[in-house]
Design a protein around this ligand. Structure first.
Ligand code: NDP
Length: 280
């Protein structure tokens, strides 16, 4: 039976140190603060916002949302963003994506202050992470995957890691973080020829494709560490991951569930990045 890597366990272990750091900041008159920039009222955004707010405020980090209407113009969107970007009170900015189709995120990615870029979306932070520069801020989800593996004391060095998914927000930056930990990394995507065999070669398998339950038992070797990043809704309207948990769990040595897995770590990493920004 696999050890279940619950995200809340990781979040709890991070909590005391983060609270301590917030207290130290407050002693010197700094209140760490995150600004969320949300366009519209999408349920996914609202749900993530509620979770993040609860986690951050529980640690003493202020979390305020600037809400813009769904039909906001590019000009007004950028104007609001610029206000947050120059405000002394804001240490981190999180822009919910994807934006409505008529809005372009690129000018914001270019302009965001690298220290306020707590979800590592700017070319500056991407480049720094790629170059192994300690000042680089990685996106929260991939950083949370590494945090989770370390919490469960799972060795990474020298391991065969396979990541399914190559997005700029999860798969690609995660591959770099694994390389920094001296793993051997393979990234799979929709053009990968032999997905099943490639996944079977993994000692650590990370699913980040956004396809409900696509990782089946036939794709996983016995003893594999399986990390599920996917957050999807199945045919019955229930939340599920990219891993077919029922099938894969008996084979895995460690497995993260969905819900209750990597998602819970992401918001703790977000808090950590805001605190680091306030400290710098
Ligand atoms: P994207 O849609 O941006 O990227 C998906 C990636 O998976 C692409 O590289 C795509 O390949 C690849 N892929 C899709 N289908 C297959 C397939 N059948 N076989 C192999 N590769 C495939 O998604 P994101 O990276 O943004 O998100 C991935 C998942 O993670 C989603 O479920 C999302 O909800 C979740 N997520 C979870 C977070 C958390 O905190 N746990 C945070 C962010 C996202 P190609 O490039 O060829 O198209």
């Amino acid at each position: 039976m696999a050890v279940v890597m619950k995200g809340m366990e990781v979040a709890k272990s991070m909590k005391n140190e983060l609270i301590f750091r917030v207290e130290k900041l407050k002693e010197s008159g700094i209140i760490p603060s995150l600004a969320i920039l949300r366009v519209g009222e999408k349920e996914e955004d609202l749900s993530y916002e509620r979770g993040a707010k609860k986690r951050l405020e529980g640690l003493g980090v202020v979390c305020e949302t600037a809400v813009l209407p769904e039909d906001v113009t590019q000009e007004d969107f950028e104007k609001k963003f610029d206000e947050l970007n120059v405000s002394n009170k804001v240490h981190g900015i999180l822009v919910f994506q994807p934006l409505p189709k008529h809005l372009n995120i690129e000018p914001v990615k270019e302009r965001i202050h690298p220290r306020k870029d707590v979800d590592g979306m700017s070319p500056v932070n991407m480049g720094r992470v790629f170059a192994n520069d300690k000042k680089g801020v990685a996106p929260c989800t991939p950083a949370g995957v590494i945090e989770m593996l370390k919490h469960f004391e799972i060795p990474i060095e020298g391991k065969e890691v396979v990541i399914v998914g190559r997005s700029s927000v999860v798969g690609k930056p995660l591959s770099i973080l694994f390389l920094q930990e001296n793993a051997t990394v393979t990234i799979c995507h929709t053009r990968t020829k032999n997905l099943e065999d490639t996944c079977k070669g993994a000692e650590i398998l990370v699913a980040a494709a956004g396809v409900p339950k696509m990782i089946k038992a036939s794709m996983v070797s016995e003893g594999c560490v399986v990390v599920d990043v996917g957050i999807n809704v199945d045919e019955e309207g229930k939340l599920c991951g990219d891993v077919d948990y029922e099938q894969v769990e008996p084979l895995a040595s460690y497995i993260s569930p969905t819900p209750g897995g990597t998602g819970s770590v992401t918001s703790s990493v977000l808090a950590k990045h805001v605190i680091e920004s306030a400290e710098s």
